[in-house]
Design a binder for this molecule. Sequence first.
Ligand SMILES: [Fe+2]
Ligand SMILES: [Fe+2]
Length: 142
Amino acid sequence: MPIIEWNENYSLGIDPFDDHHHHLIDLLNTTYDDITAGEPEAHLASVLDELIDYACYHFAAEENWMKENGYPQAAEHVQMHDRFSLKIVSMDNEYSAGSHHLSLELVTFMKEWLLNHILKADADYAVFIAQKNAGQGIALEL
Ligand SMILES: [Fe+2]
Ligand SMILES: [Fe+2]
């Protein structure tokens, strides 16, 4: 049973990032299912690594896009990604060192952070780009 159901509130209207968020949610659901199904540790470790790698890939894509588009809150946004990445990498290291109970804690933490982040911080850049594009539209019509 998935821990997250996709909900239209998570849609930003920006294709690559909506696709990334969908994929992250799929990976979180798969990881959760594998943990609760009692899959072997080696498998869980690789699923967790894939989830963390994909999160890092997504953050880098968002950060490049923000810089290219002159998003004024890019620096704060990067800090949020960095703090989160440090936390999950350190939890993953503890997990790899033998704290296997951390797998569920890691997935739950990622789920809560990610949904909150999409709805607030990511939604803010979607508003910014919509306003920027609307402004350009008016300028082009003049
Ligand atoms: Fe995002
Ligand atoms: Fe983000």
